[in-house]
Design a protein around this ligand. Structure first.
Ligand SMILES: [Fe+2]
Length: 186
């Protein structure tokens, strides 16, 4: 399994969008160009405490970030440093897809740009892939981010989502899935 939806997780799109507009943290860019980058920045957990507090154990959350994919842009096949994410739609349309791939070749470790600084990251970028599955983030979803995946934004607006990462042994897709199945996640 690549992902599953979490319809029980309640969120307020409008409020999250205002929180996004208010956020003055620095963007980090994963990807070669603006159009093909994932733009990320940290959210103060206090600003989204009503989401954090829906988790049965809020301290399993490591961080929460805004992710932005530019209108008409895409994020090519990669796997994250983290193994699992819960993504929540903020400003999204049905012309935007999360795509899973199977790798048919090798990979390299891309650079991340924060301001003028370039850093190497543990994420992987895949050079030869075939698409295996795609879905629309129209409700909260838990994704296996250790598998090759990407984003395609064919709409005329930027795609903005919230992405939750988990700590230590909770940074595991099977662990989060098991917690969810046994009603211990939210
Ligand atoms: Fe990713």
């Amino acid at each position: 399994m690549n992902y599953f939806y979490i319809p029980e997780l309640k969120f307020n799109r409008e409020e999250l969008y205002h929180c996004f507009l208010r956020n003055k943290n620095e963007w980090a860019f994963y990807g070669p160009t603006k159009l093909t980058s994932l733009h990320t920045k940290y959210v103060d957990l206090k600003e989204v405490d009503y989401i954090v507090n829906q988790f049965k154990k809020p301290d399993i959350i490591d961080n929460i970030k805004f992710f932005k994919t530019i209108a008409g842009g895409n994020v090519s096949a990669h796997s994250d440093k983290r193994n699992v994410a819960i993504n929540i739609p903020i400003d999204t349309t049905d012309k935007q897809h999360t795509i899973f791939f199977e790798s048919k070749g090798d990979y390299n470790n891309p650079n991340i740009k924060v301001g003028d600084k370039q850093m190497s990251v543990q994420a992987k970028k895949y050079n030869d892939v075939v698409e295996t599955q795609r879905f629309i983030l129209n409700q909260p979803a838990c994704l296996n981010t250790s598998l090759p995946h990407g984003v395609e934004n064919l709409s005329e607006s930027d795609r903005v989502i919230l992405s939750i990462s988990f700590k230590d042994e909770y940074d595991s897709f099977s662990r989060i899935n098991n917690l969810y199945r046994s009603n211990q996640l939210v």
